[in-house]
Design a protein around this ligand. Structure first.
Ligand SMILES: [Cu+2]
Length: 177
């Protein structure tokens, strides 16, 4: 096993551990009923454009109806890599550990992503692809959609878990009407 395989194996292990830890808190990694579920664009009642800046969102909070499906158009208008991730505060905290590993291993490099490394197959169906349906990770200038069906209520935030960003205020509340 060469050095880079060793690093990747270590990262795969740490990511699966944290994913498991998040799952035990009932919520998991975007699959829990508490935060809702991936939605269909055809069922979305409206589109909300979310701009990501260094380091804040515009708008800073959103209001949704219980069970509403919303199509988010997420645009990175900043100069750094940013994430839009729908989850509970506990899920964000767990995800921040994974993101720290991604920075430490050079997958996230300030203003760009190492796509080769993200696409690398680490075995067992794992990769560092950041393709959970409740989140997008974007380089400056990129734009992508997230369609999400919210549950009836919940303590939900949209947040950026790139190291330091949440702590500097890059999160917003999802308020239920
Ligand atoms: Cu950010």
């Amino acid at each position: 096993m060469n050095a880079s395989n060793l690093i990747v194996a270590g990262l795969a292990f740490s990511m699966s551990v944290s994913a498991f830890a998040a799952g035990t808190h009932g919520g998991g990694h975007g699959h829990g009923a508490s935060i809702g579920e991936p939605g269909k664009a055809s069922e979305a009642s409206r589109t909300i454009t979310v701009e990501m800046h260094d380091n804040y969102y515009e708008p800073e909070e959103i209001r949704v109806k219980p069970g509403e499906t919303v199509r988010f158009v997420v645009q990175n208008k900043g100069n750094l890599v940013h994430e839009f991730n729908i989850g509970t505060p506990g899920m964000h905290e767990a995800h921040q550990k994974e993101m720290r590993m991604m920075v430490e291993h050079g997958v996230i490099q300030g203003n760009k992503l190492n796509h080769d490394m993200m696409n690398m197959d680490m075995g067992n169906g794992h990769s560092m692809k950041h393709d959970d349906p409740n989140s997008v990770l974007l380089e400056p200038g990129q734009s992508r959609e997230v369609v999400w069906t919210f549950a009836n209520q919940g303590n939900i935030e949209f947040a950026c878990n790139v190291p330091g960003h949440y702590q500097s205020g890059m999160y917003g509340d999802v308020n239920f009407e």
